[in-house]
Design a protein around this ligand. Structure first.
Ligand SMILES: *[C@@H]1O[C@H](CO)[C@@H](O)[C@H](O)[C@H]1NC(C)=O
Ligand SMILES: CC(=O)N[C@H]1CO[C@H](CO)[C@@H](O)[C@@H]1O
Length: 263
């Protein structure tokens, strides 16, 4: 009887752990989503896609920067409405539909014009400090950050935005950490203990722009596994799909590294 009970408790615990804290396996979509191999992106083990290159213009419109030769930047919102066209909307919707391992889509934005638009001419929210962030949070959205330096600043941002909230309701619920280029010496374990949130280290796939920071799938595996052994992480991720396609690399290989180290 007892062993069975223990087994059940253990199962429940594993189940809860799995259900509540699924590992994050992410990739940045640097390439225009209308041109990248979205079938491969949906079926290679990634559960989070991060669309890169969205910015707010000085009039409050929002633009998707294509970052891809032959593609054009697209204004996706104007006057508070989506104006990016049906094809793009359908493509983005499709990430979480049909045969897919993806259960979360994130939009990676820069912060240009945000401060100006908050102060003039019409404040979006004049009632509370940090109003925009919290308003958007009340609509059910979450924030993530992807720092590479300035740890104390980010500790302050996350602790202010999450203050008074239980972990399950955190407004900033994920932290990615750039571990290449300017962040090449970052230690995810250190950042994790400083921030008090699980960290997801990011590595740059093989690239001809800064080859010194590129990692093959097997190099990525040993780096992720080494970090994860020293202090259990929230998952892992890559910068970026454009280079995978340009360099003729394999989504399946890079994805398998993540499902292996962060099942
Ligand atoms: C996209 O990736 C899949 C593998 O998931 C592959 O079978 C297919 O050939 C790729 N398509 C293109 C256009 O490269
Ligand atoms: C994401 C990124 O920076 N990719 C670069 C990889 O290298 C090529 C060639 O130098 C650049 O054009 C890409 O922008």
């Amino acid at each position: 009887m007892l062993p069975r009970l223990i087994a059940r408790v253990l199962f429940l615990e594993l189940y809860i752990q799995y259900a509540c804290a699924q590992s994050i396996r992410s990739i940045f979509l640097f390439k225009d989503v209308m041109k990248s191999n979205t079938t491969a992106l949906k079926t290679s083990g990634f559960n989070t896609l991060i669309m890169f290159g969205v910015g707010i213009l000085d009039n409050g419109d929002i633009k998707y920067y294509s970052n891809t030769p032959g593609s054009e930047d697209v204004v996706i919102a104007s006057g508070g409405e989506y104006v990016g066209g049906d094809a793009l909307a359908e493509k983005v919707r499709s990430f979480k539909e049909g045969e897919t391992g993806v259960d979360r889509l994130e939009i990676s934005m820069n912060s240009q014009h945000v401060q100006d638009l908050m102060t003039s001419p019409v404040p979006l929210s004049s009632t509370c400090h940090g109003g925009l962030w919290k308003d958007v949070g009340e609509m059910g959205y979450k924030y993530t950050i992807a720092p590479y330096t300035n740890g104390n600043f980010w500790v302050s941002v996350t602790s202010q935005l999450n203050s008074g909230l239980q972990e399950a309701d955190f407004l900033v619920d994920r932290v990615y950490l750039q571990c290449y280029d300017g962040g090449a010496n970052n230690d995810p374990g250190n950042w994790q203990s400083g921030l008090g949130i699980k960290v997801v280290p990011l590595l740059w796939v093989v690239n001809d722009s800064k080859p010194v920071y590129g990692v093959t799938a097997s190099q990525a595996q040993s780096r992720f596994a080494g970090w994860h052994q020293r202090s259990p992480l929230g998952g892992g991720g890559y910068w970026n799909d454009y280079d995978i396609e340009k360099m003729g690399l394999s989504y399946a290989d890079y994805g398998k590294v993540l499902t292996t180290v962060f099942p």
